[in-house]
Design a protein around this ligand. Sequence first.
Ligand code: SF4
Length: 319
Amino acid sequence: MRDRNNPKDDILYKKKLKANITKLKEQRNAVILAHNYQRDEIQEIADFSGDSLELARAAVRTKENVIVFCGVHFMAESAAILNPGKKVLLPVKEAGCPLADMITVRKLREKKKQFPDAAVVCYVNSSAEIKAESDISCTSSNAVKVVRVIKNKRVIFVPDKNLGRYVQTQVPEKDIILWEGFCPTHIRLTEEDVIKAKNNFPKAAFIAHPECKPEVLNLADHVYSTKGMFDYAKMSKAKEFIIGTESGMLYKLRKENQGKKFHIPTTHLICANMKLTTLGWVAYSLENMVYEIKVPDRVREKARMTLERMLSAMGKTTD
Ligand code: SF4
């Protein structure tokens, strides 16, 4: 019987689970993809880790037939949209994204009727149905470029108001209609947290994710997506950084940048949904081949076009 309070027991338990996952992965001809916000041990066993779009595209490149997607529902959906011939599994079926749930097709249709001249740009953090209702998708790393290249002057940007507001500051020539959605994790980061962290680590550069509140972005030395944060941390001469995004980012930042220091400004930057996936659930998922994410053909085709438009607008790059 495992004693959860005994660290030795815990290490042994995780070791056994990892060995079991490796064996099951081979048996099932599966690949494990993990989002940058996942628990450390999940990123450790993943074949590939990255942001949601990097993962969806990694899924296209894999030769395995089964994709175990360690992330939240909309991410597994994007992988399923781009990989119709593969089985996409989400280990925890309750792992959703509150931001993606802050918009419905009915409400989006109403907004479209109100602004018939506007193009709808949807952040990838949205459901397949919302993607199917939109003109083009974007990630946090390419949102500015996407909005800049579309022809329409007016843009309905859904569902994250903070990302939309940030894009507006970078593309003032467009008229952006914001949606009242937000990421409950990033919204928790306050100005006070950042000021305190800056005082504690005066030499550190503060890098914020654009899902943070505008007053937090105003304090940032740089505003980057998770991918942008990795790229910047790698190439920067700075040795110390305050990271304004979900704390799971620390795992890979520290692993890939030995000798540099990374701090999270508050212990509250944890996405509960991202942390639902555990080694136990990954093993269960592979054992029982659950929970398969399927997107109905009718929705899938339209959503795929929305994602493809983004990819071609970016010349096949997510930057
Ligand atoms: Fe959704 Fe925010 Fe969690 Fe990402 S961090 S999955 S946007 S709630």
